[in-house]
Design a protein around this ligand. Structure first.
Ligand code: AVI
Length: 323
């Protein structure tokens, strides 16, 4: 990996994550059983997710990219000149480039990510391609509040960027808390550019999470491989199948793993049993229509100023101002 360029100073809050084993044990001894969706993203899971984003059935990534390209000028007008763009969970910063290309003289970009390795690489590459922009990478867990490092207060206008409909993976009450933290970080003159997946016919939604090539199934089942590998020598879970459906009542896709037979494993001295047909919840992916976003914004002390969508109303990008 390249060393960080001299002018790039990464601020490392050294975020600690709870050990995989403990969280898995807690989830598998709860009723109903669950595994937090953040555990999808080990090396293999991250590669599978990249593949999902290119699948014909998985429309969110290409549709959001289209929206950011198509409405770049209008988005730039909402954001205004000389803003500090703060991206939460910046990953490879691919969509950021589209945004930075459209913006009218952005001053600075602060990518925040829990993975230091990923962050260093992408910050380095953005710094090389956008030499006129100050890049301030921060390694931190944005699921909790922390004080943003200086000189962020120097920037009069601070705008958060949270694309990819990742907000959908939070429960509604968690999404409100997250938006409230963004409001605290970006302050009264600031805003948020947010990508969300829209509610639509169930067949389109369910196809996106049950692709013909079975990549989403592999992504889901990778959790079982992860448990079997990382919790060695004891767990040996087997015979799970992928299950994804749209839950109309909660407006969300749910991904589950279903045990096809009765089984028993030992995790850290605790016996975990699975009945035949028992489900483990692995992900919620909430879908929002415009009235849902308006309500969400209101509850978080924000106002929905503008929304952009594609001609098929598959996905939307919103600009929310902080009140
Ligand atoms: C990351 N997140 C927004 C994806 C989604 O659609 O909820 C994760 C995903 N799960 C299955 N396919 C994609």
């Amino acid at each position: 990996m390249l060393p960080l360029a001299h002018h790039l100073k990464l601020v490392d809050f050294k975020p600690l994550s709870t050990p995989f084993c403990e969280e898995v044990l807690q989830g598998l001894t709860s009723s109903p059983k669950y595994i937090p969706s953040k555990f999808f993203y080990d090396k293999k899971g991250s590669l599978l997710f990249e593949e999902i984003c290119t699948l014909p059935e998985y429309y969110p990534t290409r549709t959001e990219t289209w929206i950011l390209n198509q409405f770049g000028k209008e988005i730039a007008e909402c954001i205004g000149k000389g803003a500090l763009i703060i991206e939460f969970g910046s990953g490879s910063s691919t969509k950021t480039r589209l945004l930075l290309d459209s913006l009218d003289t952005p001053s600075a970009y602060m990518p925040i990510d829990i993975s230091k390795e990923f962050l260093e690489e992408s910050a380095q590459s953005i710094a090389k391609d956008y030499p006129q922009i100050e890049i301030m990478p921060v390694c931190a867990d944005y699921s909790k509040f922390f004080p943003l490092p200086e000189p962020y207060t120097l920037y009069k206008r601070k705008v958060g960027f949270f694309p990819g409909s990742t907000i959908g993976n939070l429960k509604p009450e968690e999404a409100i808390e997250f938006l409230k933290r963004i409001a605290q970080w970006c302050g009264k003159n600031g805003g948020l550019l947010l990508g969300t997946d829209l509610k639509k016919d169930h067949a389109t939604l369910e196809r996106a999470y049950n692709d013909a090539q079975g990549v989403t199934a592999q992504f889901n089942l990778n959790l079982i491989d992860r448990i079997n590998t990382e919790l060695q020598p004891t767990p040996l879970l087997s015979g799970f199948r992928h299950f994804a459906f749209y839950n109309e009542q909660y407006g969300r896709i749910e991904m589950h793993l279903v045990s096809t037979h009765t089984q028993k494993v030992n995790i850290k001295g605790r016996t975990v049993t699975f009945a035949e047909g028992e489900h483990i919840i692995t992900e919620y992916s909430h879908k929002y229509d415009l009235s849902d976003i308006q309500l969400l914004a209101k509850k978080a002390g924000m106002k929905l100023e503008h929304s952009w969508s594609d001609p098929n109303n598959l996905f939307s990008v919103h600009y929310l101002s902080i009140l």
